[in-house]
Design a protein around this ligand. Structure first.
Ligand code: ADE
Length: 222
């Protein structure tokens, strides 16, 4: 898979791309991630990318030309163009699975007070990561890329994401490691008895119990 991220702040991605699972996925060539400064596409003599809003109002608005030209130059028949915006569709794990099937994502990070409405005309999908407003789309683009990359074949053990929270609209079951007793808190004995059928049943029940307690809204989706 290839992911092209259009941003005005490429340095924000340094840590994200150079650590842990994402770093390894890139090294193994399972994913190629390109961070593209769309200022480089500006036709303005001073590489301007924003201007005052028509009709008045506060702040600066991203102009359509640099972003639309950047997308034109990167787009192929297999590309999905995503715009990150608080008024997009609220993102969830199902969306992550669906995006993980794509060959090429082009992700546009908005910034400042907003972007020219005409940018929406070249976009396939508008995504919000939640009902709050960030200073820009950079963090959301990392969140989307992270959720997608970890699902690609060969990035992490398949087993480990089959049991992820939100699969089948259930939260994950509780897990424990050594020591068996810590600060008087014991690991449930069922996990120690080696009976795999019993362990599986216990985990199913715990996942359901946890979902009922913490996120009953997920159960209504089944
Ligand atoms: N840009 C600013 N806030 C955002 C959000 N909640 N989701 C996606 N992009 C954003």
């Amino acid at each position: 898979m290839r992911i092209d991220i259009l941003t005005l702040f490429p340095n924000m991605f340094d840590g994200f791309l150079s650590e842990s699972i994402i770093k390894r996925a890139i090294e193994k060539k399972i994913v190629e991630v390109n961070i593209i400064n769309f200022r480089d596409y500006s036709c303005d003599p001073h590489h301007k990318v924003d201007d005052t809003p028509y009709g008045g109002g506060s702040g600066m608005v991203l102009t359509p030309q640099p972003i639309m030209d950047a997308v034109d130059s990167l787009k192929t028949d297999n590309s999905k163009v995503i715009l990150l915006t608080p008024d997009g569709k609220k993102y969830n794990q199902k969306d992550a699975y669906s995006l993980a099937q794509e060959k090429h994502l082009i992700i546009i990070c908005g910034h400042y007070e907003g972007f020219d409405e005409r940018i929406r005309s070249i976009v396939d999908l508008e995504i919000s990561i939640g009902d709050y407003v960030l200073t820009g789309g950079e963090l959301p683009s990392m969140i989307i890329s992270d959720t997608v990359i970890r699902l690609l074949d060969g990035v992490i053990d398949k087993e480990s994401h089959l049991n992820d929270s939100f699969n089948n609209n259930l939260l994950d079951y509780p897990t424990y490691t050594k020591p068996r007793v810590y600060r008087g808190l014991e690991v449930p004995s069922v996990l120690l008895n080696g009976n795999h059928k019993e362990i599986e049943e216990y985990r199913k029940e715990e996942a359901l119990k946890r979902t009922r307690e913490k996120r009953p809204d997920l159960l209504d989706r089944n």
